[in-house]
Design a protein around this ligand. Structure first.
Ligand code: RB5
Length: 160
């Protein structure tokens, strides 16, 4: 997983990141990790702990991922739940609420998640770091999972 020094072996070129007020502190911590790993990111806000509505940030990051060329998205609210609910309304998004390193890894390996949603009020910062590393470095396994993801895509297209 980790390469030379602070670098991680990752094909990620660009990350879109966003939070609401409840996720702001953890977002800032994750940005410091991305800096350390030299993974470029675009921060869509929020810019402080002043109260904002998480669907606005979820939409901005989701559009960056599906239309804007970001390889992965990271969303942080109080629990990750509202962010994932909102992000998953946008076509092409596969947002996963993750709670530990293992769920972050499986969200990639089995679900090909393109957005991870974390809880600023529920996830300790050190655990979040392992989760972000796992999310950014784990490849999708394809194979039997592909048929299942295609079924989800059909639900999205409402043709099944
Ligand atoms: C904000 O208080 C909180 O409801 C929000 O951050 C999030 O946890 C929603 O899922």
């Amino acid at each position: 997983q980790s390469g030379r020094g602070n670098r991680v072996e990752s094909r990620i070129v660009r990350v879109a990141i966003g939070s609401d007020h409840a996720g702001f502190d953890l977002k800032e911590t994750i940005k410091a990790l991305l800096d350390q790993l030299r993974i470029p990111y675009e921060d869509f806000g929020s810019a402080s702990t002043a109260s904002v509505d998480y669907p606005d940030l979820a939409a901005a990051v989701s559009h960056a991922v599906v239309d804007g060329g970001a390889d992965r998205g990271i969303l942080v609210c109080g629990t990750g739940i509202g962010m994932a609910m909102a992000a998953n309304k946008i076509g092409g998004v596969r947002a996963a609420v993750v709670w530990d390193e293992s769920s972050a890894r499986f969200s990639r390996a089995h679900n090909n998640a393109n957005i991870m949603a974390l809880g600023g009020r529920t996830t300790p910062a050190d655990r979040a770091m392992d989760m972000v590393r796992a999310f950014l470095t784990t490849e999708y396994e394809g194979g039997r999972h592909e048929r299942r993801l295609e079924k989800i895509a059909r639900l999205e297209r409402k043709d099944s």
